[in-house]
Ligand binder design. Sequence first.
Ligand code: HEC
Ligand code: HEC
Ligand code: HEC
Ligand code: HEC
Ligand code: HEC
Length: 189
Amino acid sequence: MKKTTLDYILKVRVPVTLFIVVLAFTLTYYISRPERDSIGYAPEQPIPFSHKLHAGEMLIDCQYCHSTVTNSRFATVPAVGVCMNCHSVARKNKEDIIKLTQHYEQNKALTWKRVHSVPDFAYFNHSVHVNKGIDCAECHGRIKDMEVVQQVSSFTMGSCLNCHRNAHDKLPQLKNINEGPENCFACHR
Ligand code: HEC
Ligand code: HEC
Ligand code: HEC
Ligand code: HEC
Ligand code: HEC
């Protein structure tokens, strides 16, 4: 190989190739990120229940249905009986409500698909966050406006810590909020 060709390869080809490889990795990393973080996940549910209608327009309180948020780790999804408080009368003759009523009468739960989740090895507790005044929307976005529930923010370790480290800046409306814990054992018990 002539010296000039080798020079060309080392000075131009190698850096250019490296640059393209790094660029490709970086782009793929950021473009595929929402998918890896589950952002945008909005599974179809067994009954098309609308938060926009029930929580947004009819202004039913979140806790009427997610009644355990202030006293337990889990928010839980309401049993069919809660729906029947209204739907034994409201819209009784509609297809979806007939299906709802059948489940109720046969004592069969609806298999709602889970939208948000953190892995079992990480510990998250709703009551701690909710009782400190942190609004559902800080983590779940504007559910009130959603026809179908969709995940809008990621629940990776980085995103938990991002709020824990900067709780004062993230939650300026809560004047006396403490920083959240950063030690591993708080979330990995
Ligand atoms: C506080 C009363 C109330 C509760 C509780 C309630 N709903 Fe409703 N729901 C209504 C009313 C009223 C409407 C009709 C609103 C309208 O169309 O203006 C409605 C509409 C609906 C519809 C649309 C029906 C159609 O085809 O028009 C579905 C589906 C539905 N509800 C499912 C549910 C489910 C599932 C639950 C329980 C998780 C539930 N609702 C709990 C009052 C309630
Ligand atoms: C009338 C009952 C009712 C009310 C009121 C209600 N929800 Fe729901 N919620 C449900 C049902 C049923 C599901 C499961 C089906 C679905 O995902 O749409 C659900 C699902 C959710 C989920 C997704 C759960 C998962 O699997 O990750 C979130 C988050 C949520 N609700 C937040 C809220 C917030 C915030 C409010 C108040 C603004 C609210 N809900 C008001 C009944 C209700
Ligand atoms: C600090 C962030 C945060 C706040 C505030 C928050 N959630 Fe959640 N929510 C989560 C996380 C994280 C999960 C997944 C939990 C898991 O997998 O155990 C979740 C899951 C849920 C679920 C699915 C069932 C469950 O318990 O896992 C529902 C329903 C829900 N949230 C409703 C609400 C409602 C209603 C509020 C407001 C009263 C609220 N959340 C406030 C972070 C939050
Ligand atoms: C929007 C901000 C915010 C987000 C997002 C958030 N946290 Fe927190 N968290 C807090 C604050 C503030 C506290 C401290 C509350 C206090 O003690 O005053 C806290 C406290 C905690 C605690 C200590 C209390 C307990 O339950 O033992 C744990 C554990 C925790 N968070 C886990 C998580 C996990 C896991 C996630 C992510 C899935 C998460 N948090 C997301 C704000 C947040
Ligand atoms: C505020 C809560 C919180 C704290 C504090 C925390 N973690 Fe995590 N960690 C999580 C959550 C939530 C996940 C699951 C993330 C996911 O699914 O992307 C996780 C995942 C992990 C994983 C699995 C690999 C991964 O990234 O998914 C490891 C390893 C880990 N944590 C180690 C640690 C160590 C070591 C510390 C202490 C320096 C620590 N964590 C502190 C919440 C926390």
